[in-house]
Design a protein around this ligand. Structure first.
Ligand SMILES: Nc1ncnc2c1ncn2[C@@H]1O[C@H](COP(=O)(O)OP(=O)(O)OP(=O)(O)O)[C@@H](O)[C@H]1O
Length: 300
C-alpha cells in the first residue's frame, strides 16, 4: 500500500481551561488520509479541527498519540516542503503588491518555485500589481494559497480558508483550489460549511468534541444522512428486542425523552417498534444532510 499522506494514531490534546481545569480539544483521533484525497474536516466551533490541523503541521505537540505525514514526523515533512498550509491568521505584508509577495516567498524556496504558475493556479495573475492592503479578504486568501503552493507540496492543509468570504469569493476560491487538486495534490481543509464540504471534498470527516463522529465519501455521508429516522418515546431496555429483529439498527440520538433510530428499512423498524415494544408517539422523518450534521455533532 502507498504510504498514507497523513496517519494519526490515538491523537490527544488538552489545554488548560479558564477555570483551572483541562479542556479536551482532541480526544483519541485515529485517521488515515491517502495520497490524492481531498478531505474536509467538518464540525462546529470548538470541535477540535484547528488543534488537529496544528498537530498535523507540527505546530502543536500532541499530549499523546502520533502523527505521520508521508511516513515522517510532521516537522520534518514540513521542512522537506512536502506539506504546506493556509492558516486562519497567517500574516501578509500590506504594502507589497501581490506579485512582489509571491516573488519574495518564491525566492526563499529557491529554484523551482515558479511565481507565475503559482499566481495562475490561485487565479490572482490579474491582481499582480495590486497592493495586498487593497485586496479583498477572498483575494488575500487566494494569495496565501498561491504562497502555499510555491514549494509544490504533496499535501496542502487549509484551516477554514473561506471564513468571512461572500458567496462569490468562496466560489472563486474553490474553483482555483479544485483545478489545483485535480493535479493530484492531497488537500485537507477545515470548514463549518456543509455545502462547501459536500461540493469540494471526496471525503467528509465529521469531528465533534475532539472525536470523529462520521467518516465517509460525500455520497456515503449523503446516503447516511438521507436515511429516514424513526423516533419514539420508549424504554431504553426495549432496544435490544428491536435490534434482534432489525439487523442494522442504529441509535442516532436521544433527545427530549425520545430515542431516534435509523435502519435501511424504516417501515420495518416502525413496525417492530409498534408491534414488539411499548414505544409511543412513533414518528418517521427524513434526515437531510443538515439534520445529520446536527445530530452527529451535537449528540451528548
Ligand atoms: N491554546 C488553547 N488554550 C486553551 N484552550 C484551547 C486552545 N486552543 C484550543 N482550545 C480549546 O480546544 C477546543 C478545540 O478548539 P479548536 O480551535 O481546535 O476547534 P475548532 O474545531 O477549530 O473550532 P473553530 O471552528 O471555532 O475554529 C475548544 O474548546 C477550544 O476552546
Amino acid at each position: 500500500m502507498n504510504t498514507p499522506a497523513i496517519r494519526t494514531r490515538d491523537l490527544r490534546k488538552t489545554f488548560r481551561g479558564g477555570d483551572g481545569g483541562r479542556v479536551t480539544a482532541v480526544d483519541g483521533l485515529d485517521l488515515t488520509v491517502a495520497p490524492g484525497e481531498v478531505v474536509a474536516f467538518l464540525g462546529p466551533n470548538g470541535a477540535g479541527k484547528t488543534t488537529t490541523i496544528d498537530m498535523i503541521l507540527g505546530l502543536t505537540q500532541p499530549d499523546s498519540g502520533s502523527v505521520e505525514v508521508y511516513g515522517q514526523g510532521a516537522r520534518s515533512a514540513a521542512r522537506g516542503g512536502r506539506i504546506a498550509a493556509v492558516l486562519q491568521n497567517g500574516g501578509l505584508l500590506p504594502d507589497f503588491t501581490v506579485e512582489e509577495t509571491v516573488r519574495i516567498i518564491a525566492s526563499l524556496h529557491g529554484r523551482g518555485a515558479d511565481s507565475e504558475s503559482a499566481m495562475a493556479r490561485a487565479d490572482i495573475a490579474h491582481l499582480a500589481g495590486r497592493k495586498v492592503s487593497r485586496c479583498s479578504g477572498g483575494e488575500q486568501q487566494r494569495l496565501k494559497f498561491a504562497l502555499a503552493t510555491l514549494p509544490d507540496p504533496d499535501l496542502i492543509v487549509l484551516d477554514e480558508p473561506t471564513a468571512g468570504m461572500d458567496v462569490e469569493s468562496r466560489r472563486n476560491f474553490w474553483s482555483a483550489m479544485r483545478s489545483d487538486a485535480r493535479r493530484g495534490r492531497t488537500v485537507v481543509f477545515a470548514t463549518h460549511y456543509l455545502d462547501e464540504a459536500d461540493d469540494f471534498a471526496d471525503r467528509i470527516i465529521m469531528i465533534a468534541r475532539g472525536q470523529i463522529v462520521a467518516d465517509g465519501s460525500t455520497s456515503e455521508i449523503r446516503a447516511m444522512a438521507s436515511r429516514r429516522v424513526v423516533s419514539a418515546i420508549m424504554d431504553e431496555s426495549e432496544l435490544a428486542a428491536v435490534a434482534r429483529v432489525i439487523a442494522d439498527l442504529e441509535v442516532v440520538e436521544r433527545r427530549g425523552g425520545r430515542i431516534y433510530l435509523s435502519a435501511t428499512d424504516s417501515d420495518a423498524l416502525a413496525r417492530a417498534l409498534l408491534t414488539g415494544t411499548n414505544a409511543r408517539q412513533v414518528e418517521i422523518a427524513t434526515h437531510n444532510l443538515e439534520d445529520a450534521f446536527l445530530a452527529l455533532t451535537s449528540a451528548a
